[in-house]
Design a protein around this ligand. Structure first.
Ligand SMILES: C[S@@+](CC[C@H](N)C(=O)[O-])C[C@H]1O[C@@H](n2cnc3c(N)ncnc32)[C@H](O)[C@@H]1O
Length: 381
């Protein structure tokens, strides 16, 4: 086969968490995508080669960017196998490279996602065996090529995952404590807060520092995939190393210093503070994140600060009555000691929002990483 779907149409698909759509759409356009249209948990868009490398390297909000190879009606496993064999898999793989398949099937004659993935795997492996007598290996953890098979209402699409895995794995989180949030969720919260470095930002329940690290990356203009060791687009047949190096070098040269005292946080756990320091050290040396160990009740309070935080929420962190008491105290702290500041509080369990005892200016549901949470904005007069 010559001319894969992404080549003939310049069409791609970006996957996003539920609730992050408005941020994702705006980000895609900023990064140069055109013809951005909503789909199920994501957006279809057009991009040229330089732009798609740029999107994969810089997007903070999207969890996956997919390049479709083939789209077809698919009513049976036999047809899936036969159609998948129309792709010349040596365009993407050699015997020394590994691959894996993420599959998702809904409302279709083929009912089982894992089974559909198995059929696609067999088609690839059998094609190699016929041609060479040997087959490339599957590696589900760190594959060189990650394929995405999506079948919905008997319409199938086989795509290459251009990040080579979920983009929330930025690579700075070498240590974590209980209940860390996904990096893409933290980036979405920072973006929804509208913070862009003009006021100090503080997280009083910082845990392993995901919100602080994402704020640091944003303030320093550090590309989201700066630490990513490999990318799925390296396996595309038309991969252009010169263009990719230009995109990467330009983005890396655009980092800026982060002022001292701009991004700070605290947590009651010593492990959390150690984790933030370790994670911060993975990021470029363009500024600091100051953290200390303390109960939020011991903090003096804040003036003219953007407080962005994710307090404990019971399900993973202890019993709900205890969490309700803590949230009431936190609400009092915000009311009494933070006048002139703005708080953005992400509740991992959205039923807990009312326990703060403050009236939010707005509420924004956000789902990610198994959490069905809510971000609330409080203007503290
Ligand atoms: C949901 S976690 C935050 C996770 C964080 N967003 C991350 O990505 O790692 C809540 C944090 O609140 C901390 N915490 C619980 N009670 C506290 C208190 N009274 N004062 C300060 N921190 C507290 C816990 O140690 C925990 O790290």
């Amino acid at each position: 086969m010559s001319g894969y779907l992404y080549q003939s149409t310049s069409h791609y698909f970006g996957q996003i968490a539920s609730g992050a759509e408005s941020c994702g759409e705006a980000e895609l356009k900023e990064l140069g995508a055109t013809h951005v249209k909503p789909g199920y948990l994501g957006f279809y868009f057009c991009a040229d080669q330089r732009t798609i490398y740029n999107i994969v390297y810089r997007s903070r909000i999207f969890s996956r960017i997919l390049a479709p190879l083939l789209a077809f009606d698919c009513h049976s496993d036999k047809y899936l196998y036969k159609t998948a064999q129309q792709i010349d898999w040596t365009d993407f793989l050699t015997l020394t490279k590994t691959f894996a398949i993420a599959s998702n099937v809904a409302d279709s004659n083929i009912r089982n996602s894992q089974y559909a993935g198995q059929i696609l795997k067999d088609a690839i492996v059998d094609q190699f065996r016929e041609k060479t007598g040997q087959r490339p290996n599957v590696d589900t953890r760190f594959p060189d090529l990650l394929l995405n098979l999506y079948i919905h209402k008997n319409k199938a699409r086989i795509s290459v995952d251009l990040g080579g895995g979920s983009l929330h794995k930025r690579g700075y989180r070498t240590e974590s404590v209980e209940a860390p949030m996904q990096e893409t969720l933290a980036a979405t919260i920072i973006r929804l807060s509208g913070w862009s470095g003009e006021r100090p930002l503080y997280d009083p329940f910082c845990g392993s520092g995901t919100l602080l690290c994402e704020a640091f990356m944003k303030a320093g203009n550090i590309p989201a995939a700066y630490l990513r060791p490999k990318f799925g687009f390296l396996r595309l047949p038309d991969f252009d190393a010169a263009v990719w190096n230009q995109v990467k070098t330009k983005a890396n040269n655009e980092t800026i210093d982060v002022p001292d005292e701009l991004i700070k946080g605290s947590d009651i756990g010593a492990d959390a503070i150690k984790a933030v320091r370790a994670n911060r050290n993975e990021l470029p040396e363009i500024g600091t994140i100051k953290v200390r160990r303390t109960d939020f009740r011991e903090l003096e309070g804040f003036e003219n600060t953007v407080i962005v935080t994710n307090p404990p929420y019971g399900i993973r962190l202890g019993n709900t009555a205890e969490v309700a008491g803590l949230l009431k105290d936190f609400g009092d702290f915000l009311k009494q000691k933070c006048t002139g500041s703005t708080a953005f509080v992400y509740f991992g369990d959205k039923t807990l929002a009312k326990k703060l005892g403050l009236k939010p200016e707005w509420k924004h549901p956000l789902r990610a990483g198994g959490l069905d949470g809510m971000l609330c904005k409080y203007e503290l007069y």
